[in-house]
Design a protein around this ligand. Sequence first.
Ligand code: GTP
Length: 347
Amino acid sequence: MKTLLLAGGLGTRLRPLTENLPKPMAPIANRPWLEHLITYLRDQGINQFVIASHHCSDVIKNYFGDGKRFGVDIEYSDETHQMGTAGAIKNAERFLKERFLVVNADIVHLPNLIPLLEFHEQSGGIATIALTEVDDPSSYGVVQLDDSSRILRFVEKPRREEAPSNLINAGLYILEPEVMRYIPAGREVSIERETFPTLIQKSKSVYGKISSGYWFDMGTPERYRKIHWDVLENRNPLPTRGNQVQPGVWLGKDTKIGSGVRFIPPVLIGDNVEVGDQSVIGPFAVIGDHCRIGSKVHFSNSILWDQSSISDNIRVNNSIMAYKTFLNEGKVYDNLILNQYERVMQA
Ligand code: GTP
């Protein structure tokens, strides 16, 4: 079965991290989320992928190529402009002649596919939408199901007390090719707001099935950080590379740790990282490969992507610094978000 990965959104809520990077390529625990996703789905038996992208699509192509390095086949569906979630599916029609899977590539979702596929087979519907249960559905598209799990209606971002259920669209669909007939070509179309409601209005059978497995939307900086803490505190089963040198502290290969350095768990440090004397790393710290941390640095509640540097005597809290960033000496930084290559020098 082919899987279409939707990776062409602009990721506006995660800017500036996504200015030069597709959101699904943002690293989670020091590896692009899209790599985790592809290898996770591969291990569930999926080995043919089509990636639909537009914004910074070369970043994805250069990283994955034809997919062989990851043990899968990858084809690319390029878009000349933003097409929306259903527009991107329509644009990839030539790749999708049989039943296919669609996955929003910016959601950290580790579904168990077999029950979803079996349900779709048994229900005989035109579409099965994977659902996830959330405490507060008010910022999502909520579904109302009948007793046979057929979707009766969608309610976009209802007030909490007016939500018909706590079940929301998890951003993973099993679709029959017939769905293509209901997506107009040549313009932006949203599958959530337009295509699924149209199918229901035309009495086509659209079903919902609860997906087990970790689910979290990485859309905002706070949520992006939260996913990391879920990985480090074992609420998310993604692998943490490196040796666990004390409970909740993982160190990669070839790290050089200075004297008097204190790690406050949870902490994940990549390969070939230097940490200067008397620095305090954590709690809640992720540091990518090839990073340099000076001495007497305090780094907490923060994520540093590969090849970045922090000079001596700096405090960093609640921050995210993208690839190849640099912080100069002697300051306190809180809620800092740096785009790739940004350098912050002393004022
Ligand atoms: P925000 O701008 O922060 O809302 O993020 P987004 O637009 O990237 O994400 P959104 O939640 O709106 O999109 C859901 C999924 O569909 C994500 O995986 C996006 O990458 C993807 N997506 C959204 N629009 C398009 C599009 O026009 N083309 C393609 N190929 N994918 C899209």
